[in-house]
Design a protein around this ligand. Sequence first.
Ligand code: CP
Length: 309
Amino acid sequence: MSELSVKHLLGIKYLGEKDIQLIFETADHFKEVINRSIKKVPSLRDITIANIFFENSTRTKLSFELAEKRLSADVINFSAGQSSVKKGETLIDTVNNILSMKVDMVVMRHPNPGAGIFLAKYVNASIINAGDGAHEHPTQALLDSYSIREKLGDVAGKKVVIVGDILHSRVALSNIFALKLQGAEVKVCGPRTLLPKHIESLGVGVETDLQKALNWCDVANMLRIQNERLDISYFPTTREYTQQYGVNRKLLDGLDKEIVIMHPGPINRGVEITSDVADSKQSIILNQVENGVAIRMAVIYLLASKIKQ
Ligand code: CP
C-alpha cells in the first residue's frame, strides 16, 4: 500500500490496519530525518496548513506546528480565544475565511464531538482531527501505538490496559480502535462511574481492580481525570481516586514483571501517577511526545500527497 485510504484523518475508526502500517513506515523515515543535524525536508514547500484550536493544547499544537515546519509547509495558527469566533462567527464561516487565503489543510481541535466530520462535509480542504471533545484523538493513538511498537517490537498480541476516566476520554476511544485494529488485547480499568456502559461491545475487557489490571498487562496507559468535562462528581474525593486508581512505585514493585508505563499528558502528578513512576525508566512518556512529531509528519505528508494528485 503506497497511499492512505482516506482524504482526511477524522478518527481511527475510518482507517484500516494497512493505513496504520503505512503511517508507521513513513514515520520511521521521518524519525530518522528529525534526528539528523539538518532536521528539515523540502517535501511540502507548496502546501499551506492552518492549525485552528478551539481548545487548549500544549503537546498536540506544538507537535503539529513542528511537524509542518520540518516538512517545509507554510503554517498559520489560529486560537479561538483571540479570534472573531468571540463575535459570533460560525465554524464554517471561520474556516471558509481561512481557506479563501489558499489553505490546503486544516488541523483542528474542537470541544464538540464530530466537529471535524461536520467540517469535512462543507469545506474543500483536507481535515486532521487534533481532538474533538470526548470523541477521538487519532494522532495521539497513532503515536501511542508507534511508541509501543518501538519499545516492545510489535503491537499485535500485546496486552494493554487503559486506566482512568474512560468515559470522557477521546484518547481512550482512539487507542481502543487503533490497538484492536493491530491485534492487541485491550482492557479498560477505572471506577464503574467512569467506564461507558457498553464499552465491552468494542471488544475490550473491563477490570475495576488496578492491581489485577497491572498484573495482566504488558503496557498501562494512564489517563488523567478530564475535569473540564465533568459536570457532576464521579468519585468521592481525588484522594480516594488516587488510592484506588493511581499508579505508584509500590504497586509496580509488587508485580512479577516490568510493565511499560504510558501517559498522553498533561500529567496530574500525584493523582493518576506518582512522580517516581512518571520519571522512571519504565515510563515512555517523553518518547511518546518525541514520536508525536514523526507520526504527525507522516500523516501530513501522506494526506498532502493525496491533495497534489
Ligand atoms: N496529549 C494531548 O493531547 O495533550 P495536549 O492537550 O497538551 O495537546
